[in-house]
Ligand binder design. Structure first.
Ligand SMILES: NC(=O)c1ccc[n+]([C@@H]2O[C@H](COP(=O)([O-])OP(=O)(O)OC[C@H]3O[C@@H](n4cnc5c(N)ncnc54)[C@H](OP(=O)(O)O)[C@@H]3O)[C@@H](O)[C@H]2O)c1
Length: 258
């Protein structure tokens, strides 16, 4: 039984369908109930059961109600995927502090809310898998996206702490690090950015590729998942020489935005 946030579009929708194909029952959450109901119908068409709930992950109580509803309906919680998130573009100087705050509330605290709602249930069950969808930019940020990248780095730290706190239990905490993915993400970020520049660079992957990696992680948990395998080498390279990665990144994206 899988609870999945941000299931109305993109990676979340693709993951819902991938879990459904494997026969998992699903709790789906996002703000747009109409879109969520469409995904729930697609899940049911694949022969799996689904519950859809409208919520904003920044609302701790709403996330708690979602997890409680999922457990009431399906009797247990095997996996939670904290996937809901969005971005904004712009340099540190030109991005309003309110945008930094709102993204932290959604991307980071939304993940905290999901973890904290799931943990008591998983502790009672004695097992479970927590999957937090971060990004490669959580490991190595680029120009024009600090407000977003910081939230993805915060998710990584959260997951690392959880992994250690859960040592000796059968509850796994994992983070997923996609590169740019073909979803509505860039369009949503552009709309929220009042014309500020910044945005996807480097290789693109499909939402289905990320979804397959998420499902594989649920079956066989890993500390960190890189759906685009070469992305892991950026993390190593950055640990060895952040200056070299600065130089490489400066050639891929202008450091001066606006
Ligand atoms: N696309 C990329 O290039 C990329 C790369 C690396 C990591 N990621 C991460 O992957 C995750 C999914 O992104 P995506 O690419 O699939 O983007 P997307 O197509 O824009 O989908 C985002 C999903 O999150 C939901 N969402 C956004 N804010 C929410 C909120 N406050 N409360 C509840 N749900 C919310 C959206 O639904 P509603 O609008 O209906 O609420 C939607 O279902 C995000 O965490 C993102 O940071 C994306």
């Amino acid at each position: 039984m899988v609870a999945l946030t941000g299931a109305s579009a993109g990676i979340g929708r693709a993951a819902a369908l991938a879990f459904a194909r494997e026969g998992s029952r699903l709790g789906l959450a996002a703000r747009r109930l109409g879109r969520l109901e469409e995904v729930a119908a697609e899940v049911r068409a694949l022969g799996a059961d689904a519950l859809a709930m409208e919520l904003d992950v920044a609302d701790e109580r709403a996330v708690g109600r979602f997890v409680a509803a999922v457990v009431e309906r399906f009797g247990r919680l095997d996996v939670i995927v904290n996937n809901a998130g969005s971005g904004v573009r712009g340099s540190v100087e030109e991005t309003p502090v309110e945008d930094f705050r709102r993204l932290m509330e959604v991307n980071y605290l939304g993940t905290v809310h999901g973890c904290r709602a799931a943990l008591p249930v998983m502790r009672r069950q004695g097992r479970g898998v927590i999957i937090n969808v971060s990004s490669i930019v959580g490991h190595r940020a680029l120009a024009g996206g600090a407000a977003y990248a910081a939230t993805k780095a915060a998710q990584i730290s959260l997951t690392e702490s959880l992994r250690l706190e859960l040592r000796g239990t059968a509850i796994a905490a994992c983070s997923v690090h996609p590169v740019s993915t073909e979803t509505e993400f860039a369009e949503v970020a552009a709309r929220a950015s009042a014309g500020r520049k910044g945005g996807p660079v480097g290789p693109m992957q499909s939402a289905d590729a990320v979804a397959r990696a998420i499902v594989a992680c649920a079956r066989r948990p890993r500390a960190e998942v890189y759906p685009y395998p070469l992305a892991r080498s950026i993390v190593w390279l950055n640990a060895l020489s952040p200056r070299l990665v600065d130089w490489l990144a400066s050639r891929a994206i202008p450091t001066k935005t606006g």
